[in-house]
Structures are given as C-alpha cells and as structure tokens.
Design a protein around this ligand. Structure first.
Ligand SMILES: [Cu+2]
Length: 490
C-alpha cells in the first residue's frame, strides 16, 4: 500500500477531474483506450486513515470524456477480490453493462476487461454492482461533456457524495438488517422538527404543507443507518475541499449522489442556482437554493457568483437529520469559515409529496406514441424484519417484467412501504410521465425516487432484447434482494 499523503489525496480527489486536464479531441477521433483501475486507496476521514476502494482514471478518480468520445476503456481489477463495474447512466450493449453474471462474470483479481460503446452525454457515474463494494466507495464520477459545455464559459465542479462507515460493510449490513442501524431504529415519528421549508427562492417547489414526518398518521422511515461520516469528494466538513473560483465566476456543479443509503438536500446558501439537468438529462431551468437528490441520482446546477470576493459553501444535508457535508467555492485569498458538520436543525424529508419531481420538465422528452404495454410494479417491505421486495418477491424469486424491443412501455411504481425507494432501470433513459393520478411530461431519468405511499409512472421505449436490471439504489435494500429484471424480448 502507498502511504497516505494529503497531497496525493488531493490530486486524486474527484473535483480535480477538471476538464482542462483532458485535451479536447476532434469529435469521433479514435484514441487509445482509457485505463481505469479498481484499486484500494487511503482517505483521511476526520483525522483517521480509512482504506477504501476506488476507480482510478488517468486524471484522478473517475473519467471525463469529451463530446462525442466513445467509451473505450480497459478496466483493470487491481483489487484482491473479484469485482464488476456498472456504468450508471450509460446505455451500453447489455454484455457490457457490468452486472455480475448478467451476462458476464465478475473480473478476477488481476483481470483486465475492455469496453467500447457510444457514450451518452451528461453527469453520470460508475460503481461496483456488488452492494458491499459500492458501500466501500468503489464508485466514481463518469462525466461526458456536451459540445455546449465546452463552448460555455463555465467552470465545471464535480460534487461526489457518499456515506461512510469505518466498519466493514458486512458488519454494517448485519446491523441494518438486525434493526440496530440507528439510534432510533424502526419507525421514526416526528421527523418534522426541521420544518418544511425548502429555503428561499425555490420557485415554490418545496412548499409542502403536510407534516413531513407522517403520511396520513403513519410514521415514515427515513434513514436506517447512522454512518460515521458523510463525504463530499472524499472529505468531510472538518477539512472540506475548497474549490478556487473567480469573482463573478460562472460555475456548473455536477452533483452525484453515490451514497449507499443517504438522500441529500443540496443547499447553495446565499446564491441561487438553476437546476439544468437531472441524471444527465437537461430539464427546463428551475431556480432555487435547495434541491434534493436520492441515491443514484444526479443534479447539474448552474451558479453565477457575485462580482466580489468571498467563499460560498455548497452543502449536502442528510434528509431527516442534522448531519451535512459539502465543498466551498472561494475566490483567491477569501477567508473560509469553519462549517460545523452538524446543522442546528434537521433537514426535512425529501420529496414526500413529489413536489420537486412534479416541477421538472424534460427537454429531451420522448416522442408521443401510444403505450403498448403497462406494468404496475409494487414496492414493498418493512424494517422489521428487514426485507424489501418488488412485486412481493426478492431477487431469485422474482417474476421478470416483460416487454418487446421497440415497444412503448409504462412502468407504474407503487410504493406500498413506509420508506422511499430510488428505482434504477439499466439500459434505458425513461421519462417521468405520472405522479399519483396526475399526468405530465416530466424529466428524462434513469433513477426515480418513489416516496412512501405514492405512485410514480415512467415511460420508455424498450431497448436491446436482454435482461436489464431494475432495482432500488438503496444498497442495503439491493443487498437484501430489492431487484428484479426488465426482460426485453426480440
Ligand atoms: Cu429501496
């Protein structure tokens, strides 16, 4: 193992993936495959060394592709254990999708595997599809820039979020499934102490009159594990990343929630942002200073900084709790005040009434077509015993969700449980078209958050005839079987 050094760590930080490190190639120009290595690395977390996994590319953790650049990657498994990496947000041929034995096996230690497919632009990410490895930070940004991003005079800043425990992930899972994950495990009534205020200037999207801790008198379950730390670009607020910006700087935040089991609110503080994309897909710009992001999801937020020097924290607040993490945008020489990792008040629950999702309008909407097949997908389960299901079954006992390639399909996720589930479909970019009984032309996405006791409908055109994973992106839910397959026939 390399010895820990702050400088080396800084160089490997996600936000150092500045596009300036990557020369812009002519569109479509062939290039040598990029090397990406699943490795172990050491982080300094609140002064304590932590050995975690990572995905090391040529410029640090993760990859940044130029517009039109193919995803041509040689993945090395430098870990002592078998692994496999899923390219979350990309639509590769199914054989390159990176799910264990679906259809290709894990990479053995020392094995290299080549990938080559047309990339999809936007803010994406990549992670091991073995839940306990994802929990060990085997995850990294995967950014594919658009020509407009190159032309725009905007500094691109990646904010990669994760939750972290010093314990082995097997132990964490055992605590969660044993019902000992939090100080107040099980039902958590009264989560409403944070109040339901989305921050100033959120275009009205966060004005939720409902008591957010209860759903018709029943208690919701928000967080089922108290992690040791919440990371932004591998660091905590005891030593946050300070990103140098210019006075009046124009910034595009590329925010990725890679956490295993934590929904965050992004809080831009005194500067208002414009949400311009979700899951890598452009949306009609939405002004605000607070936006939620569930596990697996991404947000692109543009910020225009004031024309004076200063420091502007961009915080990520753990929903239903006081913990927070984040980065600081600062002009040269600006004083950066210390930010406590505990807020004074708990942040509210995320999108209990889907107010944020309902305000998103997709710019790359699916063309109108008659729906040829509809599936109702029931999300169920409970904390005690700890079991989460799709259509009443865990993975292995699941009944595949069938479609024919090319069909327009609607999937209606009906969450019958008291916990929210970010549902991720591989191989497709669906469009949100319904929230409860209301129909609308919402955002294109690959991961949609379905809060307790609600229904979200998505539309898609069934892609390559193959078995595509459909699962909850809460890692302990996934690990205990909350996965099925979207089986597309030719
Ligand atoms: Cu779930």
């Amino acid at each position: 193992m390399r010895s820990f050094s702050r400088r080396g760590f800084l160089a490997a930080g996600a936000a150092t993936l500045a596009a300036t490190q990557f020369p812009i190639r002519a569109f479509g120009q062939a290039a040598a495959p990029l090397r990406l290595a699943a490795t172990r690395r050491t982080l300094d977390i609140d002064g304590r060394a932590a050995t975690v996994f990572g995905l090391a590319g040529p410029g640090g953790q993760g990859l940044v592709l130029d517009p039109g650049q193919r995803f041509r990657v040689d993945l090395d498994n430098d870990l002592p254990v078998p692994t496999i990496v899923h390219w979350h947000g990309q639509i590769p041929p199914n054989a390159q999708d990176g799910v264990p034995d679906m259809p290709r096996p894990l990479l053995a230690p020392g094995e290299t595997r080549s990938f080559d497919f047309a990339s999809l632009s936007g803010t994406h990410w990549m992670h091991s599809h073995v839940p306990i490895q994802e929990m060990q930070l085997l995850a990294a940004p995967l950014i594919v820039r658009r020509p407009e991003d190159v032309a725009a005079d905007r500094q691109e800043v990646v904010l990669f979020l994760h939750d972290f425990s010093f314990k082995a992930p097997e132990e964490v899972l055992a605590e969660i499934t044993g019902g000992h994950g939090t100080a107040a495990s099980g039902a958590m009534p009264g989560m409403g102490h944070g109040g339901m205020h989305g921050g100033a200037g959120t275009a009205g999207s966060m004005a939720m009159p409902m008591d957010m801790g209860t759903m018709g008198g029943m208690a919701m379950d928000l967080n089922d594990y108290d992690w040791d730390a919440y990371l932004a670009n591998d660091r905590t607020l005891s030593d946050p990343e300070v990103v140098p910006v210019e006075r009046g700087g124009r910034v595009r935040l590329r925010i990725i929630n890679a956490a295993a089991a934590t929904v965050f609110w992004i809080d831009t503080g005194t500067v208002e942002g414009q949400l311009v994309a979700v899951d890598g897909h452009p949306v009609r710009p939405l002004a605000g200073s607070r936006f939620g992001v569930a596990m697996g999801q991404r947000l692109d937020i543009e910020i225009d900084l004031p024309n004076e020097g200063g420091a502007w924290p961009v915080l990520a607040l753990r929903e239903g709790a006081r913990e927070r993490t984040g980065i600081v945008l600062a002009t040269p020489g600006a004083a950066v005040a210390r930010i406590d990792a505990l807020a004074e008040r708990a942040a509210p629950a995320f999108d209990t009434d889907l107010a944020q999702e309902a305000n998103l309008v997709g710019i790359d909407a699916l063309p109108e077509r008659p729906v040829e097949r509809r599936h109702m997908i029931m999300l169920g389960g409970a904390m005690q015993p700890y079991a989460w299901t799709i259509d009443g079954a865990v993975w292995g006992k699941h009944r595949p969700i069938a479609a024919k390639s090319g069909e327009r399909v609607e999937l209606a996720f009906h969450n019958m449980s008291m916990m929210g589930h970010p549902m991720h479909l591989h191989g497709h970019a669906f469009q949100v078209v319904g929230i409860n009984a209301r129909r609308f032309a919402g955002a294109r996405r690959d991961t949609v958050y379905v809060p307790p006791m609600s229904m979200v409908t998505v539309a898609l055109d069934a892609g390559e005839a193959a078995r595509w994973m459909l699962h909850c992106h809460h890692m302990p839910h996934l690990a205990t079987g909350m996965m099925t397959e979207f089986r597309v026939e030719a």
